[in-house]
Design a protein. Structure first.
Length: 100
């Protein structure tokens, strides 16, 4: 029962990125704050355009959304928003898994 980002729902906003996640047929409204998104891009040293950066970071954004959902840390309005503090709370993770 994990969240999956619906890629077509991605929408850039002035304060971050809004998107929807599917969890077993239920749609959850989600977002990631601009500062958190910038921190992820910087951490992973992504130099490509925004579209490629989002594609590269999608698994990491899904991981963070799942961690936050599992901890039941929703906003008062029912949204699940990833804030910069959540990057510290749930940790950064590499984009590529080690072969070791």
């Amino acid at each position: 029962m994990s969240l999956r980002v619906i890629f077509d729902s991605l929408s850039a906003q002035s304060k971050g990125l809004c998107f929807q996640c599917d969890r077993d047929g239920k749609i959850i409204q989600c977002g990631i704050a601009e500062a958190a998104l910038r921190d992820l891009i910087d951490f992973h040293r992504i130099q490509s355009n925004k579209y490629k950066a989002l594609r590269a970071l999608l698994p990491e954004i899904e991981r963070l959304a799942n961690a936050k959902c599992g901890a039941r840390r929703f906003e008062e309005n029912g949204w699940l928003v990833i804030w910069p503090v959540d990057l510290l709370r749930y940790g950064y993770q590499g984009r590529y898994k080690s072969a070791a």
